[in-house]
Unconditional design. Structure first.
Length: 198
C-alpha cells in the first residue's frame, strides 16, 4: 500500500505508517546535511519552522533559472552520518519526517517512537528522477555560510517516492531484516551441522 504524506506532516499522518510501507511525499521539505545538523544540535537558531516539517538528507545540484533556482539532481545522501545529531533535532525542533538513505540507528529510532516521527528512505542513484519531483525551489538559507551543497534549501515536492525505514513506533526495517537474516543463517548452520557437513 502506498500512503500519501502531505505537509504539514502531522502525527495523525505518520502514526499509521509501518516499516516497509511505501509513501509519496507532497509539499514543503527542507534539505540538511552535516553542517546544518551540527549547527542545530549545538543550539543554532533555525531560520525556518521545522515543526511538523520534513528534513531531507540531500545536497542538491542547483542551477540559476531567471530570478530563481532549478534542481537538476537531488538524490539522498547517507543518513547515518547524522545519527549523533538526529535524536535531539527530532525532539527539540519537532521534525516529523526525515528522508535519506542507508538507514539510521537506535537513538534515532527511539526518538521517532517518542515523537511520532518517521525516517524514510529515498532511492539512491536516482538523483535526476527525484529532482523531477521538485516542483518549486522556494528559497535557500545558509548558502554563504555552509556552501551550496550544505545549505538549507526549501523545496516544494510532489509525488516524491520513499519507503518507511523507521516507523513512529521505532520499528527499524534495517534491524528487522538483519535479525531475520541472522536467524536464517543460524538455521542453515544448524542444519549443516546436523547433516555432518559442518
Amino acid at each position: 500500500m502506498i500512503h500519501r504524506l502531505t505537509y504539514p506532516f502531522t502525527r495523525e499522518q505518520t502514526e499509521p505508517l509501518q516499516a516497509g510501507d511505501g509513501v509519496r511525499v507532497f509539499g514543503l521539505i527542507y534539505t540538511g546535511r552535516d553542517r546544518l545538523h551540527k549547527y542545530l544540535f549545538e543550539g543554532g537558531a533555525c531560520p525556518v519552522p521545522l515543526a511538523d516539517g520534513g528534513l531531507y538528507h540531500c545536497g542538491p545540484v542547483m542551477i540559476r533559472e531567471g530570478a530563481g533556482w532549478r534542481a537538476v539532481a537531488a538524490g539522498p545522501t547517507t543518513s547515518i552520518r547524522e545519527e549523533p545529531f538526529m535524536a535531539r533535532i527530532l525532539r527539540e525542533h519537532g521534525v516529523r519526517v526525515v528522508i535519506g538513505k542507508g538507514g539510521m540507528g537506535t537513538a534515532t529510532a527511539k526518538a521517532c517512537a517518542e515523537t511520532g516521527s518517521v525516517y524514510l528512505e529515498a532511492v539512491g542513484g536516482a538523483a535526476q528522477v527525484l529532482a523531477s519531483c521538485i516542483v518549486r525551489v522556494r528559497g535557500v538559507r545558509f548558502e554563504s555560510e555552509f556552501g551550496s551543497a550544505e545549505a538549507l534549501w526549501e523545496l516544494e515536492v510532489a509525488d516524491f517516492p520513499a519507503l518507511v525505514s523507521i516507523d513512529a513506533r521505532g520499528v527499524n526495517l534495517h534491524h528487522r531484516i538483519e535479525h531475520a537474516s541472522q536467524r536464517a543463517l543460524a538455521r542453515l548452520l544448524a542444519n549443516e551441522k546436523k547433516d555432518g557437513r559442518g
